[in-house]
Design a protein around this ligand. Structure first.
Ligand SMILES: [Zn+2]
Length: 69
């Protein structure tokens, strides 16, 4: 299937999320990977979850830094 299908869960792209863009990823059943049409990110489920968790930690840090100005 050339056409992307949504997975069971809709994960947001961690790379787009880092740029404050809310982008749902598509799921590639053949590769068992999620991918983003916007920034060409690809990753399996654990990777996506790890990056999203990493981003959330970074985001908190960034908010803290901004308040210091
Ligand atoms: Zn993306």
């Amino acid at each position: 299937m050339a056409q992307g299908r949504k997975g069971k869960l809709n994960y947001r792209c961690p790379w787009c999320l880092a740029r404050e863009i809310d982008m749902d990823m598509l799921y590639d059943r053949d590769k068992d990977e999620y991918y983003c049409l916007r920034c060409s990110f690809t990753g399996n489920e654990p990777e996506v979850l790890r990056l999203n968790a990493q981003f959330r930690a970074k985001y908190r840090d960034r908010m803290r830094r901004i308040t210091d100005f």
